[in-house]
Design a protein around this ligand. Structure first.
Ligand SMILES: [Cu+2]
Length: 334
């Protein structure tokens, strides 16, 4: 069983092993394929009457397959990392913990021994510190994939990270996804909430304007994390690892509270290809149904005390039966 840990609790050796493996995959040309995978699923996955537009829904974003597609993506990358060092698992970046810091840009994940820091404004926001700094020459990015340098612009596009309270809104959702299974601020459900499209326009309980949760983190980091080539920044995998953990926590909560509505996924059939439960997650072989249970996939998440407390609280206040409530960049919403 692989145990994925919190990025802020890794030992010096664990951080170095992960960084070295990423650098080796980059050197071999393998890492650039990850960016390509993320990019190629950007073709529209829509029904005949829907707009033929990947910004309406595509094979990995703005629809139900968002969570299963990224789960499979992480497993593919983790398998490559483990071929280099079998002790490696992808760590998760709990940005709600960083949101509570006096200065989230000083989080341990941005230190020189791990992912390096912010970009330099006067140098086109190129990252100048840590193992992925442009000047070191170990992290070249193809020019046609938003290269040549890794860039970050903390807080420039959106000033704050999502908070624990923001995340509670997602954990309190009872339905996985609902028609029209898209990224409208009025499409109810856990997936659309966690992806970050349910803004103040769709739900008055949302505290801050603009993109939420998953999308908000992409935009808070900015630079290479803002366009669809976002896996160029290794923090992409730590961010999506936390998204995957939140999904796994939500699934466990639903199994506890609402076992009769399992498998807690929708749609089952009849919707755009790539999003129904029996559809394959392209370009790989597994179907959505096959990635719903992380225990069957052979991994689990380390639970920190803070998260365990939050989960307990949410579990106590989450409805026991399904209910409905009224309610720019590829990650931008208003
Ligand atoms: Cu993402």
């Amino acid at each position: 069983m692989n145990i994925r840990k919190s990025a802020t609790l890794l030992s010096k050796e664990e951080k170095k092993a992960l960084v070295d493996a990423f650098l080796l995959l980059k050197k071999r040309g393998r890492y650039d394929e990850y960016v390509h995978w993320h990019h190629t699923v950007m073709t529209a996955s829509v029904l005949p009457w829907e707009p033929r537009d990947p910004n309406y829904r595509n094979g990995a974003h703005r629809g139900p397959s968002f969570l299963p597609w990224h789960r499979e993506f992480l497993m593919q990358v983790e398998a490559d990392l483990q071929k280099i060092d079998k002790s490696i698992t992808i760590p998760f970046w709990d940005w709600t913990a960083d949101a509570a810091l006096a200065d989230p840009t000083k989080s341990p994940i941005w230190k020189d021994d791990f992912l390096g820091g912010n970009g330099v404004k006067t140098d086109d926001w190129r990252v100048a510190t840590g193992p992925f700094a442009y000047k070191n020459g170990n992290w070249p990015i193809p020019v046609d994939q938003d290269g040549p340098a890794l860039r970050r612009q903390f807080t420039e596009i959106l000033p704050t990270l999502p908070t624990a309270d923001d995340l509670k809104l997602a954990m309190a959702e009872v339905l996985y996804d609902t028609p029209n299974y898209n990224s409208s601020p009025f499409t109810l459900g856990f997936r659309n909430r966690l992806e970050g499209w349910i803004t103040q326009r769709g739900d008055a309980r949302v505290k801050l304007p603009g993109s939420q949760l998953h999308n908000r983190v992409h935009l808070w980091v900015g630079g290479s994390m803002a366009p669809m080539t976002s896996p160029n920044d290794p923090v992409f995998f730590l961010h999506h690892c936390f998204i995957d953990k939140v999904w796994a926590d939500w699934q466990a909560l639903q199994m506890e509270n609402n076992p009769d509505t399992a498998p807690h996924y929708a749609p089952i059939q009849g919707w755009a290809e790539g999003h129904n439960i029996a559809d394959k997650l392209k370009p790989w072989k597994r179907t959505i149904r096959e990635v719903l249970d992380i225990a069957k996939l052979g991994y689990s998440y380390e639970q920190t005390k803070v998260q365990a407390r939050m989960l307990k609280k949410v579990a106590e206040t989450t409805p026991k039966s399904p209910f409905m409530h009224g309610g720019g960049s590829p990650f931008w919403a208003d």
